[in-house]
Ligand binder design. Structure first.
Ligand code: SF4
Length: 180
């Protein structure tokens, strides 16, 4: 195991905005990389956390189907500390609005009833993920740190990672939850 704190991130049902906010820590990422080794992320070649595990796992987005559930369970199994990053991961966020119309209703609307669709059918194939009601991450796997926001600010993300690297538990209140 590297002496640096190893970090992996992945995304579920979301918009990538939380990862964009992560990148917004700008030049502080250089400071962070002195003590952190970024392993798998959606924006690197390595996509999945190491089988041997990482110290910190970060999940953006909500669990919305069998595929995102698998990603969430894999990250939980392979990290010591799991961060739910952003409102979608913490609360279900915007993707959870789909729950109001049921998964069958959403598929029908998207593939059959949309104004631009002609002779649409709901796709079915064994290789396709099975849609589920949208759930926040902690309804599927235990979460250690909740970092809400849509997206969380770069300052908040940097704060959380900096605290974890120094072996401290981040205290998310005040300015880190009041950035709008
Ligand atoms: S919390 Fe907001 S920014 Fe993050 S994935 Fe969800 S919609 Fe996008």
């Amino acid at each position: 195991m590297s002496e640096k704190v190893t970090v992996a991130s992945d995304w579920l049902a979301g918009c990538a905005g939380c990862h964009m906010s992560f990148l917004d820590i700008d030049e502080r990422i250089v400071q962070l990389l002195e003590v952190v080794q970024l392993r798998a992320t959606p924006i690197t070649d390595l996509k999945h956390p190491d089988e041997g595990g990482v110290d910190v796992g970060i999940l953006e987005g909500a669990v919305a189907n069998s595929s995102t559930e698998e990603v969430a369970r894999r990250m939980r199994a392979r990290c010591k500390t799991l961060i739910a990053l952003g409102d979608c991961a913490v609360f279900g966020g915007i993707p959870a609005m789909r729950n109001a119309v049921t998964t069958a209703g959403a598929l029908q609307r998207a593939y059959v009833e949309s104004e631009s669709t002609v002779d649409g059918v709901v796709p079915r194939h064994e290789d396709l993920a099975v849609m589920q009601d949208v759930r926040p991450v902690d309804q599927v796997v235990p979460v250690d740190i909740y970092l809400p926001g849509c997206p969380p600010s770069a300052d908040a993300i940097f704060y959380v990672l900096s605290e974890l690297v120094q072996g401290r538990q981040p205290k998310l209140r005040g300015k880190y939850l009041d950035w709008h």
